[in-house]
Write a protein of this length. Structure first.
Length: 464
């Protein structure tokens, strides 16, 4: 057993509760050096122990037995410090630790890639195993952790049942052909894609179809886990592995679905603002100036709703007025590019936007056909800076319609169970998928998914 150190988080919490920390006889702190400056008689080490965003300042002097060693300790080294807390009401930080002794637990080589200066995101991606030690990534991955719990609190607080949908599936839930197929090796190392299960298996692109079945039992359900897509889109928003939150609600139409989407996003904003004030203030100051104002404004404003058809008209009007897009041929029926989505959400609406009732040809097979015979009750939630962060729809609950569509696409085989849900007490139902990593981009202002994911996987990039 190691001696029990107190965490910096605990010190700050006790201080906030009004405890007089200077009355503590002595404290033990374990952590990593962020900076160390020594002026001969007195030295200062900023220590981060990982328990919170804040560092604590350790002050040492030349009475330390190993003063020379400590004076030369480099950024990144791990230390054990024993000292007393001194209150410093006149300084930026409310207290500091006056060291009685300091032991170097883990020294650091001079080639340590994280030096005191600011490093670029690109550089840090190359050393993904070290970047959680930087302010930016420490903040990002703590918010990521907190947000994951927030998702569960939100849905379970509303009585939703959490369903662990499978990662290995026999179908391409989105029908977009972007699956990673699973292969096994035989003794000679020959790859086989159907020996193991007796059929082709792949990593799931979405838990939706499986979670729909549970909605027909529990009414309100959600799944939240990793999903995989073999898209070669080399953009700041696409990863091959990402986490998705997929609620599914029975007896609910697209309007109800949009209401839940908005409530979910607003809950997540409030949650991270409340639970991670230091991290969010850091993003606001260092990464995305204006972030807090933006998020607070989103909280106060109802999301705009616009049909796909209205969106197309606005884009055509913009082009007629001289606006240049890379894809400038906008007509009813085209799939919108990210630049179009961003124009609508950033320049027209200037906030989150629900674009709904899309042409049926460009959307997935399970979406409910509207009475116009041309569109489906689908909705994407678009946000400034990013474009789509949510895709959802009311599901086709009519057996004959769904079967006809699936037969035409040739994907009925293996999905008979999914069709059966429409025969065995089916009802109208809806759901959506939020890309968790994209949501984190939105909430923190970090604009590349390669940064919001701890170990990103994208095509041609698999380093760690
Ligand atoms: O719009 P998508 O493809 O919808 C579905 O998968 C539905 N089955 C969801 C549902 O109704 N239950 O994906 C949903 C969201 C997108 O809006 C996006 O935020 C995220 O998942 N997403 C990705 N995130 C990162 N990298 C990728 N390659 C992504 N593809 C989708
Ligand atoms: Mg989508």
């Amino acid at each position: 057993m190691q001696p029990k150190a107190i965490t910096v988080q605990e010190l700050y919490a006790r201080f906030a509760r009004g405890e007089d920390l200077s009355k503590l006889e002595s404290v033990l702190i374990e952590g990593w050096v962020r900076t160390n400056r020594d002026s001969g008689s007195i030295g200062f080490i900023a220590i981060n122990d990982g328990s919170c965003f804040k560092n604590v300042q350790v002050v040492y002097d030349n009475t330390l037995a190993n003063h020379d060693e400590i004076a030369h300790v480099l950024t990144g080294a791990s230390l054990l410090i024993e000292g007393v807390v001194a209150l410093t009401p006149e300084m930026k930080q409310p207290f500091e630790i006056h060291a009685k002794c300091i032991a170097v637990l883990g020294d650091v080589d001079p080639d340590y890639p994280l030096q005191k200066k600011r490093h670029s995101f690109e550089y840090l991606r190359e050393i993904a195993y070290l970047r959680p030690r930087t302010n930016t990534f420490a903040a990002l991955y703590r918010v990521r952790s907190v947000l994951a719990l927030g998702i569960h609190e939100f849905f379970q607080g509303k009585g939703f049942v959490y369903v662990h949908t499978p990662e290995i599936t026999a179908n391409d839930a989105e029908g977009a052909g972007q699956v990673f197929t699973i292969a096994t090796n035989d003794a000679e190392g020959k790859l086989s894609t159907d020996d193991f299960f007796g059929k082709k298996a792949s990593l799931t692109v979405s838990g939706q179809l499986h979670v729909e079945a549970f909605a027909m039992a529990f009414r309100d359900v959600y799944t939240f886990g990793p999903t995989f897509r073999a898209e070669k889109s080399n953009t700041p928003r696409h990863a091959s592995e990402f986490w998705m939150i997929e609620p599914e609600i029975a007896f609910a139409d697209l309007e109800d679905d949009m209401e839940l989407m908005e409530e979910t996003i607003k809950f997540c904003i409030r949650y991270v603002l409340e639970k991670c004030p230091d991290e969010m203030a850091f993003f606001n100051q260092m990464i995305a100036p204006g972030l807090l104002d933006k998020l607070n404004k989103v909280l106060e404003t109802p999301f705009t709703k616009m049909t796909y058809t209205e969106g197309i008209e606005l884009l055509q009007k913009a082009i007629a007025g001289g606006k240049k897009f890379e894809y400038n041929k906008i007509e009813w029926g085209v799939d919108l590019q990210s630049e179009h989505e961003r124009y609508l959400t950033e320049e027209v609406v200037k906030g989150p936007l629900f674009l709904y009732n899309y042409p049926k040809e460009i959307k997935a097979f399970y979406m409910r056909e509207n009475d116009d015979g041309k569109t489906v009750a689908a909705c994407d939630c678009l946000v400034p800076g990013e474009g789509e962060i949510i895709g959802g729809s009311q599901r086709e609950e009519r057996y004959d319609r769904l079967k006809a569509k699936m037969d035409a696409l040739g994907n009925t085989e293996g999905l008979e169970w999914y069709l059966n849900l429409r025969k065995y007490g089916g009802c109208i139902h809806s759901g959506f998928g939020i890309g968790f990593d994209r949501l984190l981009m939105y909430l923190t202002g970090v604009n590349n998914i390669r940064d919001t994911e701890p170990y990103p996987r994208t095509s041609s990039a698999l380093k760690y």
